[in-house]
Design a protein. Structure first.
Length: 240
């Protein structure tokens, strides 16, 4: 089985513990690419067929095959290529010839193109905060987002297929009741509920959002949302 190694995202500085996936060798032994401990991961900006595979040698039978290049998707949207220890140029005597690639092994699950860099919008007014949140949700993959022309009684500022979002541009932390009302709106619409706040959240509001699975974000005046709970990290990782 593969060895756990610490990985630090060069974009957001998050720390991860990564274990390479193991696939069966032709001889039946589970085999994972040996990671190069201490080497910095590489941010993937484009892909080629060659980059998607690495050569791995089975210590049991001596066979060399092409294995999927280990990759890690960070919650910030960046996909990282994890360095692998290279196989010595000279294989052991009697080793079978290297195969083109093992057809029974799938490509890495993170093979989708990485999300482009989010471009924030400076917040000067309450309406700017709503617009900035809409841009961010579109960046996450939500489509056909509509803004309410005025502050609605329901508190829902943004709607889209499978989405309701509330934006609190005030200088007070969002309250428990705000989170629960948003959740009820999402429940009645069978939609994902997302909350944005400029001043953060009261402790009981954040605890309730965690229990209900509501993503919480805080925004500064640059218009860049930051996740503040697990559901928000998950939404960034998976997208709409």
């Amino acid at each position: 089985m593969g060895e756990n190694v610490p990985v630090r995202c060069p974009a957001c500085r998050r720390h991860h513990t990564f274990t390479p996936p193991a696939f069966p060798c032709a001889c039946g032994v589970p085999l994972a690419p040996p990671l190069l401990r201490g080497a910095a991961p590489e941010r993937i900006t484009h892909r080629t067929w060659t980059d998607a595979w690495v050569t791995v040698r089975c210590e049991s039978c001596g066979r060399q095959d092409q294995w999927p290049q280990p990759e890690l998707g960070c919650a910030c949207g960046v996909v990282l290529r994890i360095p692998v220890r290279p196989v010595p140029r000279t294989a052991a005597a009697g080793s079978p010839p290297t195969a083109e690639y093992p057809s029974h092994i799938p490509l890495p699950p993170t093979a989708a193109p990485p999300r482009p860099t989010f471009r924030p919008m400076t917040i000067r007014t309450a309406r700017d905060a709503v617009t900035a949140a809409a841009l961010y949700l579109k960046w996450l993959g939500f489509r056909d987002i509509m803004q309410s022309p005025e502050r609605p009684a329901s508190g829902i500022d943004l709607r889209g297929p499978g989405l309701v979002a509330q934006i609190d541009p005030t200088t007070r932390p969002a309250k428990l009741r705000d989170v629960e009302c948003l959740w009820l709106n999402g429940l009645s619409s069978s939609a994902v509920s997302v909350f944005f706040s400029l001043a953060g959240y009261a402790d009981d509001a954040r605890a309730r959002a965690d229990s209900l699975g509501i993503p919480l974000f805080v925004m500064d005046l640059t218009g860049t949302p930051q996740p503040v709970n697990g559901p928000a990290d998950e939404l960034i990782s998976t997208g709409a």
